[in-house]
Write a protein that binds this ligand. Structure first.
Ligand code: THU
Length: 130
């Protein structure tokens, strides 16, 4: 992975609004045309109303025009190898194919690379709803 995706995730993490958990997270997605979309977690005093960094990044991705996602990086200040939560795995799987690479990072860089296809076995697929 070129370092810019990790740097984008880390820069996003610096913008996290996480006054309740004090657990800042950053995520960045790259599309095949080279664009990068990033996001941080945003918490709300009514706790369940907050959302994850991956979700913010996906919002930017959709608004930016979407496209094929080739790589995703996720980083958290307080975890050596943060992995997306279950809900974010479902959201990421909506837009990223099984071959997209997911980079699990610590504050210094990539710790582990996992294909998106390994992240949500037996996940719900929406084809039948279309
Ligand atoms: N969080 C994320 O942003 N992404 C994840 O994949 C895991 C959890 C956030 C949500 C909440 O703001 C904080 O981390 C603690 O759960």
């Amino acid at each position: 992975m070129s370092r810019d995706l990790f740097e984008a995730a880390r820069a996003a993490m610096a913008k996290a609004y996480a006054p309740y958990s004090k657990f800042p997270v950053g995520a960045a997605l790259r599309t095949e045309d080279g664009r990068i979309y990033s996001g941080c977690n945003i918490e709300v005093a009514s706790y369940p109303e907050g959302w994850c960094a991956e979700t913010t990044a996906l919002g930017h991705y959709v608004m930016g025009g979407g496209g094929k996602i080739t790589e995703i990086a996720v980083v958290a200040e307080r975890m050596a190898r943060v992995t997306p939560c279950g809900g974010c795995r479902q959201r990421l799987a909506e837009f990223a194919g099984a071959d997209a690479k997911l980079y699990l990072c610590d504050e210094t860089g990539v710790v582990e690379t996992v294909p998106m296809g390994a992240m949500l076995p037996y996940g719900f697929e929406g084809e039948v709803l279309k």
